[in-house]
Write a protein that binds this ligand. Structure first.
Ligand code: GLN
Length: 200
């Protein structure tokens, strides 16, 4: 029996929304840009793009999206955050700006802008054996890292020096980098497989 077609929401208040929408559409998904609680109510999963986490935080509060998103995450909604999106999904933020809040969902601590001013952006290939049997292409742009991982969180990717840049807890996935600006689809596909199984 064919399952229900999931609706994939992309939080569209700030950041590289267009790249995620284009990639998900190319993969054949039903995609909705989320800017209001009404739009959010119709989605089965949420992708949170990269951008500036303090701005995404402020705008989600302003647009009354913070509490609905937190409630759905607590109820098991699948979510995928890249870069600032990972920050939004972290339970603990080491160095947010004053008053900065996250949604939570991943039992991890994240440090923002962890690569410093001198090497604030770079591209690399990253082994993610649970996701894909070849290395994935990854752009790091003023990227955060995961500094602490709680029980029940799987590490999906680490840099050569051991720093953690990709994590998963159940159907919630957070990565430090941007596959979508590289045209890299493997991690989105991995997430979508879980979403389709979840709504089936
Ligand atoms: N440094 C940004 C932040 O703190 C994240 C950068 C990005 O998403 N590319 O939110």
């Amino acid at each position: 029996m064919a399952g229900k077609t999931p609706v994939i929401g992309v939080l569209a208040l700030q950041g590289d929304v267009r790249e995620h929408v284009a990639l998900l559409t190319e993969l054949g998904e039903h995609v909705v840009e989320v800017r209001t609680p009404e739009q959010f109510a119709g989605v089965d999963a949420l992708v949170i793009p990269g951008g500036e986490s303090s701005v995404i935080d402020k705008l989600t509060r302003l647009f009354d999206l913070r509490e609905p998103i937190r409630a759905r995450l607590a109820a098991g909604m699948p979510a995928f955050g890249t870069c600032a999106g990972l920050i939004m999904l972290a339970d603990r933020l080491a160095d947010g700006i004053e008053g900065q809040q996250t949604f939570g969902g991943l039992d991890v601590t994240v440090q923002r802008n962890a690569f410093g001013a001198q090497v604030d952006s770079f591209e690399t290939e990253l082994a993610m054996p649970a996701v894909c049997d070849r290395p994935v292409r990854a752009a790091f742009i003023r990227a955060p890292i995961v500094t602490e991982v709680g029980d029940g969180v799987d590490v999906l990717g680490q840099l050569d020096d051991g720093r953690i840049v990709a994590v998963q807890s159940g159907n919630v996935i957070g990565i430090s980098f941007h596959p979508e600006v590289e045209g890299e689809t493997a991690i989105h596909e991995y997430f979508l497989t879980r979403v389709h199984a979840h709504v089936h």
